[in-house]
Structure formats: structure tokens, C-alpha cells
Design a protein around this ligand. Sequence first.
Ligand SMILES: Nc1nc2c(c(=O)[nH]1)N(C=O)[C@@H](CNc1ccc(C(=O)N[C@@H](CCC(=O)O)C(=O)O)cc1)CN2
Ligand SMILES: Nc1ncnc2c1ncn2[C@@H]1O[C@H](COP(=O)(O)OP(=O)(O)OP(=O)(O)O)[C@@H](O)[C@H]1O
Length: 207
Amino acid sequence: MKEKNEIRRQMRAARRALTPEQQDQAAFGVMSQLSTQSCFLFSQHIGFYWASDGEVDLTYAMDFAQRLGKRCYLPVIGDGTKRVSPRMQFYEYRQGMPLRPNRFGILEPDRRFSRRIPVWCLNMVLMPLVSFDHFGGRLGMGGGFYDRAFAYRKSKTNTYLSPFSTPALIGVAHSCQASTRLPSDDWDVAMEGIVTESFAALCNNVL
Ligand SMILES: Nc1nc2c(c(=O)[nH]1)N(C=O)[C@@H](CNc1ccc(C(=O)N[C@@H](CCC(=O)O)C(=O)O)cc1)CN2
Ligand SMILES: Nc1ncnc2c1ncn2[C@@H]1O[C@H](COP(=O)(O)OP(=O)(O)OP(=O)(O)O)[C@@H](O)[C@H]1O
């Protein structure tokens, strides 16, 4: 099995090579796929991400969600200048709100002007992927931010009736980022579903 870093390098290059037209079609396609999913339609509080490095842009999807009266949130890790929680947290984003760059240059809400939501109060989180497989396997940028934020989802006491069975974890990627089977580590948190510009699917691990 190829090492995670090698797959990361190839898949990041592949998504960065997409043209602006392909990126725009992907952004529109992901919004259209989401608009047909009951998981999205029934969710009131949704975690998105602000795209960078060739990721699928979710601004169409956030506009659509806001027009349906849903609340949108973005991940915040900070710019590294202040000692704050090492955990990634989610803060509300409303259209037009000023954003500031985090330590990797990705835009995020300013903690001073936005409202934090505990992660388990989110109904659904759209996770940025570098690669995915159909078994719930995901590969991110390598910081372990999503794995740490949702590590509680792996707990044995996490039953259907527990408040810790939320949010639904749905990965977003370009379909060209698919892998047959990704290597996995103990700490990896599985995704329940995947949305690309051309399909939305449940991952086999939950069926
Ligand atoms: N859009 C988006 N937002 C996100 C994530 C993400 O993957 N995508 N994250 C998901 O975890 C968190 C940020 N994690 C990140 C981890 C590594 C790098 C990164 O670019 N690493 C560079 C090295 C940069 C440096 O050290 O200065 C690299 O690997 O080339 C970026 C974001 C929170 N917000
Ligand atoms: N629950 C956890 N507790 C402590 N460290 C963790 C946890 N989960 C992941 N990590 C650390 O995060 C690092 C990156 O993990 P990995 O390569 O799987 O990241 P990733 O899944 O690509 O990133 P992300 O979760 O941000 O999308 C690993 O070195 C691992 O030690």
C-alpha cells in the first residue's frame, strides 16, 4: 500500500491541476448533489470549510444553505500567535462576514465577531478531503485536525441514542481524488458519506 504522504502529494497535485472552469463545475455539482440529500436538507447546523489548495469550493453550497435558513459554520484553528485550544473549533459564518487567514493562509471567522458551536451540536460536517475510498477511508492534509475533533465518534459508548453520534461526517472531494483503498491508522475517523461533483454515496462501513 502506498504511503499516505505519497498519495497526498499525487492527489493534491491532481486537484490543483483542475482548470477554473472545472473547479466552478465541481462547486456547482457538489451544491446540486447536496440539494438532493435528505441528510443535508434535514440539517440545520452545518460545518463547511473555506476552500484552498484546489479543494471543491463550497460557497455555492453555503449560499444555498443560507437561503434555506440553515446556519453555516467554518473550522477555526487560529493564526498560531495566541495560545488557544489546540482543538479545531467551529464558528458561525454569515455571508459577507470578514474572514482572517489562519496559520496556513486559509480564511476563517474571527473568534471575536463570531459564535462558536460545540462540534456535537452540528448536524452535519462537510470535510475537506485529499483522497477518499468507498469504505469510509479519508485522507486529509495531514494535520489530524478532523481526526482529533471527532475522535469521540470512535468511542464504544457512542450508540445511536447518544448525543455523541452527531454530526454526520460527509467528505467532499473531486471525483478524481478517489482511491481504491486508503491505508488507515488507529486514530482515523471514518466518514459516513461522500459527495463529489458527480455523485453522493453512503460509505460501506455504515451499511
Ligand atoms: N479548507 C480547509 N480548511 C481546513 C482544513 C483543510 O484541510 N481544508 N484543515 C484540515 O485539517 C484544517 C487545516 N489543516 C491544514 C493542515 C496542513 C496544511 C498545509 O498546507 N500544510 C502544508 C505545510 C504548510 C506549513 O507548514 O506552513 C503542506 O503540507 O504543504 C493546511 C491546512 C482546518 N481548516
Ligand atoms: N485522536 C488523536 N489524538 C492525538 N493525535 C491524533 C489523533 N488523531 C490524529 N492524530 C495525529 O494527527 C496526525 C495526522 O494524522 P493523519 O495523517 O491521519 O491526518 P489527516 O487525516 O490527513 O488530517 P485531518 O484529520 O486534518 O484531515 C498523526 O500524526 C496523528 O498522530
